[in-house]
Design a protein around this ligand. Structure first.
Ligand code: C5P
Length: 314
């Protein structure tokens, strides 16, 4: 019997970006991380990761040129590579996999694109190696790679506590529509947290343990976009704007165009604008693009599903 070796086994996983509708940052912990209340909302901007057998871990990156592809590490520093090593070690196999990452999520943009790729790599390796590892274990492995990785596995909308890795799914009615404005160049998450600490210290601000905002949780459960727009909250926004002052003009342009709410996404520099409807999100994208305050703008809806196998060959 002969086999057609040109048919390669591969698994492709689609994984969403996130926006934080509430990001409340508590005091720094002894391990350097901050205690958070992080209300994650997965949105319909997706990266795809295809895993196929190889001699070792290999990373290939392609995709939308507007998302700064050149700055994605092609070596073991890529979070998807770290996920493949962690997964292979967990199940006791050689980390022999090629990961082809097709990016649409902005790189270092505050939308957890790197964490999304790590989550996708965990799911893809699990399927490729037919390992049958349970979601609970994937969530634990994901948390060792980055605070946002567990949420990318879960998707939907969820309240993250601890450093953001302990998740409780939240009730959401219907869909919310968003416009996102991309910026040139990323911001380092660690640098934005550090700037937030320095600004609080300089102002003498003492912060306690954060809590979910009841009005925000009600707005999500009711599918009330106007109420959600009023409640959007990001403690990292002031630090991101201090490091990248041009972001205040981006936020202002979205507000002037009628956004129900405007915020920096996570640690930035992507800015997120909540719309009344899908058509309104399209109008916001047009207005943001025309105002030339950002490199590009896209629309998306949330909640979106977490990392999911979309094809498996043969
Ligand atoms: O967990 P992750 O590697 O994604 O975090 C990146 C950086 O963001 C951390 O090194 C830390 O500086 C900062 N961070 C934090 N508190 C958190 C999450 C992240 O200070 N809860």
């Amino acid at each position: 019997m002969s086999y057609d070796l040109s048919i390669e086994t591969s698994v492709t996983v689609r994984v969403p970006a996130k926006v934080n509708v509430q990001l409340s940052v508590g005091p720094a912990r002894p391990d350097g991380y901050h205690e958070l209340v992080n209300v994650f909302h997965a949105v319909s901007l997706f990266d795809e990761v295809t895993a196929a057998p190889a001699d070792r871990v290999e990373i290939h990156v392609e995709g939308d040129p507007s998302v700064a592809l050149d700055s994605v590490p092609r070596d073991d520093g890529n979070l998807a590579a770290m996920a493949a090593y962690a997964f292979a070690e967990h199940i006791g196999v050689e980390p022999a996999v090629r990961l082809r990452i097709r990016k649409a999520i902005p790189v270092a943009g505050g939308m957890a694109g790197g964490s999304a790729d790590a989550a996708a790599a965990l799911v893809a390796c699990n399927a490729l190696w037919e390992a049958g590892v349970a979601t609970e274990t994937l969530l634990e492995l994901g948390a060792t790679i980055g605070s946002d990785v567990p949420f990318a596995l879960l998707g939907g909308t969820a309240v993250g506590t601890g450093r953001g890795e302990l998740l409780t799914p939240a009730l959401v009615r219907g869909r919310f529509h968003w416009a996102f404005a991309y910026a040139d160049g990323g911001l380092s998450t660690a640098a934005v947290y550090a700037k937030c600490d320095r600004m609080r210290k300089a102002a003498g601000t003492e912060v306690g343990r954060p809590a979910p905002r009841p009005e925000l949780m009600s707005a999500l459960a009711a599918g009330d976009a106007r109420a959600l727009g009023r409640e959007l909250h990001n403690d990292l926004e002031a630090a991101a704007v201090a490091l990248r002052p041009s972001l205040s003009g981006v936020l202002e342009a979205g507000r002037a165009a009628g956004a129900l709410g405007a915020m920096v996404s996570g640690s930035g520099p992507t800015c997120a604008f909540l719309a009344e409807s899908e058509a309104h999100a399209a109008e916001l994208v047009t207005a943001l693009t025309a105002s030339e305050v950002c490199t590009s703008a896209v629309q998306a809806y949330g909640p979106a599903p977490g990392a999911t196998v979309i094809s498996s060959d043969p």
